[in-house]
Each structure stands twice: as structure tokens, then as C-alpha cells.
Design a protein around this ligand. Structure first.
Ligand SMILES: Cc1ncc(C[n+]2csc(CCOP(=O)(O)OP(=O)(O)O)c2C)c(N)n1
Ligand SMILES: [Mg+2]
Length: 340
């Protein structure tokens, strides 16, 4: 297999780019959280704690060839897939259906709220890539909680049998809403589950973007060499609310959260790059200002876009069913816009 990318490791520019993207992700997510509290955006799931995993992974990919299938928390950190991702994510939170459809060339699938349903989609895409001889891989992000769903077992089993070029990125952030990992599985690690499928399972520090980069680069090299899928368990800790509808202080002991915050990946990775001489106060200020300007522009544009209350009917099927047309008419009537 081609191990050149694995052997070279990330360049200095990529190391810096990863930190800029992680900082931006935290700023985007925090801003959207606050706007939900003000009633200006809808329910959202903050990314806090997952930044290093998502960014380390995407920097090891080739966005022009490799497809991303996310759960609901990763979008803020997909900056390597282009600024359009954050613009669409904010549109989505503002209620616009087109916010979950990406334009051609942005290889990102819509958010998936139904746990694990994105995993068979990723394997299906990878199967297509394999059959068409395309050079890319598909990556499925999913949580420790999602790993208990049948969709994960079915998709992983099938992927291993057909040697699909897919990477299963299981983000173990300690929690599935209020269920701790100790109540999620009796296995010693989530990575151990790979053995039953006949694929490699790798456990990596999900708070270390360089470690994640290396593991994903190796998994990608295997996948494109026709050697099949890899299960990666990235271990981190959820630093925020499950969603804006959650209150983690009711079930996470304050000392556990304080210990996790002391290992906040955005802070520890910045310190690491300062030690390497790749980061300083000016770089930090510039990264924050750039991210702030980008999120301000995305939010202003989303909130200024008129929202048709029935727009979501247009994006379910190519042809709307009679039942949905009746529902649309009823909705418009209730909105005072349809039959008066
Ligand atoms: C099929 C299905 N069952 C239950 C839920 C409700 N639910 C939403 S998020 C969640 C927890 C998921 O935890 P995990 O997969 O670890 O992801 P995390 O939120 O930690 O990123 C649950 C149970 C759902 N969305 N879909
Ligand atoms: Mg989780």
C-alpha cells in the first residue's frame, strides 16, 4: 500500500491549519449555542471536545475524493471541506431545508439525527467507489451511543466482507446524552469490536489531532489499496451540553467535568504548537478574528433569508405525495397564508 502520506506526517502548514480549524469550530459552535438561547436558531449539538478528532481526521483525507457522513455534532469542524459547510449548517439551524444539502463538489452528506443511519450510507457510497474504481474513501462519524445500533453492526460486517474503502470513526466522548460508556458496552474498548468483523480496530487519543491524523492516514492508505475498512475509536470527552435541550450538570459530576476541561483539546493543542514555535498570541488573535467574521457573515445571511414555512415539503421526495400536499395545505392555512 502507498504509505508515503503516513510516513511524511502533517506539514507545518497543516499543523497550523488544524489548530485554526479547531479554534473556528469552537467559535462557530458556541455562537450557534448562544443564538439558540436567544431564540434565533434552532436546537443544536455543540462540538466542544470533538474538535481534534474531526479536524485531525479531515486533514488526513482528500476532500476532492473522500466523502463525509456525519452524525449531528461534527459540522462545525468540517472547515477543511470548505466554508460552504458552515454557511449551510447555520442555514439549517435557521430552519432552511437547503441548509442540509451541499452543492456539487462538497463531499459531505446531510446531518443524521437517527442514530447510526449514516453508517450504512457511508458503506454504500464506499461500495460505489470500489465498483467504479474511484480513488476516494468514505468516512462515517458516529458516537459511542450510535455504536449500539444494529445499523453499525450490519454496515461494518458488510464493509469488511466486501473490503469497502470506508473508515468507521467512532467518537467515544464518554456519554450518549446521560448514558455513560460503562452502561453502553461491556467490551473493554469499542475498538475491540473490530475483531468480530475481521477488520483492524485502533484506539487513539481523540484529543490529539496529530495522533488522529496518523491513524486516519494509515486507514485511508489501507482502504485505497483495496485492503478494506478500519474501525477507529477516538477517545475524548464531551465538554458541553449534549444539545441545547440538555443540562449535563444533572448527571456529570462537577469534578469530572473540571478534569476533562483541563485537557480541552483546543487549548492543549495550541500550547503544543507554541512549544514547536508554530503559534503565538498574534496567530491566536488572527484565527479568532477570522472565525468570528466568518460566523457573523453566515449568521447574518441565514437570518436575512426569508423562510417559507412549508419549504421542507419540497425536499422530502422528488414528487410530493397527496398526503403531504394535504399536510402542506393545512400548515399554510394555520400559518394564515393558504386558503383565507
Ligand atoms: C435511532 C435513535 N435512537 C435514539 C435517539 C435519541 N438520541 C439522540 S442523540 C442520542 C445519544 C447519542 O450518543 P452518541 O452516539 O454517543 O453521540 P454523541 O451525542 O455523544 O455525540 C440519543 C440516544 C436517536 N436520535 N436515534
Ligand atoms: Mg457519545
Amino acid at each position: 500500500m502507498d504509505t508515503s502520506a503516513v510516513q511524511r506526517g502533517p506539514t507545518d502548514a497543516e499543523l497550523v491549519g488544524m489548530l485554526q480549524t479547531m479554534i473556528a469550530a469552537r467559535i462557530y459552535s458556541t455562537r450557534c449555542f448562544n443564538l439558540q438561547r436567544q431564540g434565533r436558531l434552532g436546537t443544536m449539538a455543540p462540538i466542544d471536545g470533538n474538535e481534534a478528532t474531526v479536524v485531525g481526521c479531515t486533514y488526513a483525507l482528500q476532500p476532492e475524493h473522500d466523502w463525509i457522513f456525519s452524525q449531528y455534532r461534527e459540522f462545525y469542524a468540517l472547515g477543511r471541506y470548505g466554508e460552504e459547510v458552515i454557511r449551510r449548517q447555520v442555514l439549517y439551524l435557521a430552519g432552511h431545508p437547503e441548509g442540509s444539502c451541499y452543492p456539487a463538489g462538497v463531499n459531505v452528506f446531510p446531518a443524521q439525527i437517527s442514530l447510526a443511519a449514516q453508517i450504512p450510507h457511508a458503506v454504500g457510497m464506499a461500495w460505489g467507489q470500489l465498483r467504479q474504481g474511484l480513488p476516494g474513501v468514505s468516512v462515517a462519524f458516529f458516537g459511542d451511543g450510535a455504536s449500539s445500533e444494529g445499523d453499525f453492526y450490519e454496515a461494518a460486517n458488510f464493509a469488511a466482507v466486501i473490503k469497502a474503502p470506508v473508515i468507521f470513526m467512532l467518537i467515544n466522548n464518554g456519554w450518549a446524552i446521560s448514558t455513560p460508556t460503562a452502561r453502553q458496552t461491556a467490551a473493554a474498548t469499542f475498538a475491540d469490536k473490530a475483531a468480530a468483523f475481521g477488520m483492524p480496530g485502533v484506539r487513539v487519543d481523540g484529543r490529539d489531532p496529530i495522533a488522529v491524523w496518523e491513524v486516519v492516514a494509515a486507514a485511508r492508505a489501507r482502504a485505497v489499496a483495496g485492503e478494506g475498512p478500519t474501525l477507529v475509536e477516538a477517545v475524548t470527552y464531551r465538554l458541553g451540553h449534549h444539545t441545547t435541550a440538555d443540562d449535563p450538570t444533572r448527571y456529570i459530576p462537577a469534578e469530572d467535568m473540571a478534569a476533562a476541561r483541563a485537557k480541552d483539546p483546543v487549548i492543549t493543542y495550541a500550547a503544543q504548537l507554541r512549544e514547536l514555535g508554530l503559534w503565538d498570541d498574534a496567530a491566536q488573535a488572527a484565527a479568532e478574528a477570522t472565525a468570528q467574521a466568518a460566523i457573523d457573515a453566515a449568521v447574518d445571511a441565514a437570518l436575512a433569508t426569508p423562510l417559507a414555512p412549508d419549504a421542507f415539503f419540497d425536499h422530502v421526495y422528488a414528487e410530493t405525495t397527496p398526503r403531504m400536499e394535504r399536510q402542506r395545505a393545512l400548515l399554510l392555512e394555520l400559518e394564515g397564508k393558504g386558503q383565507s
